[in-house]
Design a binder for this molecule. Sequence first.
Ligand code: NAP
Length: 310
Amino acid sequence: MAHIYDTIIIGGGPGGLAAGLYAARSKMDTLLIERGKFGGQTATTDELENYPGSIEDCTGPSLIERMRKQAEEFGTAFVKDEITEVDFSGKIKKVVGKKETYEAKTIIIATGAYPRLAGFKNELELRGKGVSYCATCDADFFTELDVAVVGGGDSALTESLYLTKFAENVTVIHRRDQFRGAKSIQDKVLSNPKIKVIYDSVVDEAKGDEILEGLVLRNVKTGEASDLKVDGCFVFVGYLPITELFTGKINLDETGYIITDEDMRTNIPGVFAAGDVRRKSLRQVITASADGAIAATTAEHYIENEFNEA
Ligand code: NAP
């Protein structure tokens, strides 16, 4: 018979790792399954200045490594596998991976979200050839070169600031005349001499065959097209939830995010969700971590009520 865990956590970002810490610390038999690198988007975040206590030199990867170790020290088991199918129909839940099938009394989904494409011509063709979705991964390639950043949210703004450490010039291209990102970060962007902002504009096309040579921009108010010569283009136009596996199995909202109550319960008893994959208003490391803590605690109570007959 397969080993039945108390809880299986799918996803090793801050939500999953915090769930692992809380579950294992309450003596739950806990398995965390991650298909790639631990940390999710946090693993590609340079500075984490808004995570409480992270005052100096707290990078995404360093925080994630500490979170992973802490969960492991309390007893969370980790496995690298990619889940391809889930079966939440029985009291014992099954998740099928490429390597193995796993079973548990509860599941905590913490699969996160992935970067959305901006949708301009040649975006995919030039991905990895000048078009990037991760400044921490690729900024170094553009040392003393010119780059563009597409987007106007917190990601676009914080990553623009990071890019100024490498690039000669950073041009932020935003489709409206006001940023969506936090005012404090806007102020830093607007006062940075290396950053220029082009408002009311979108990228229509990336130029170049083997490598990005420039962008064709369009002013959305006037319709006027213009060329921008850049060596790199970083796209930060939001994220999409990683929930294909769960479509039709649990309730998702119209954009694919998992709907939970405030204790992280989905509509399926024994299945919980934590972090960016949930429908929520603030997606941060701190809110993902809080979700993970709550999901593990609710899962623990669920097991006490459903499996431990008095
Ligand atoms: P976001 O807040 O959804 O912002 C996406 C930006 O991209 C918006 O400015 C949007 O324009 C623009 N956009 C969307 N589709 C576009 C397209 N096809 N072409 C051009 N522009 C497009 O996404 P995010 O910045 O990645 O942030 C996601 C979440 O993570 C947010 O909750 C954010 O607060 C959080 N976050 C926080 C921090 C931090 O606090 N340091 C850092 C990163 C992320 P409009 O404004 O016109 O809609």
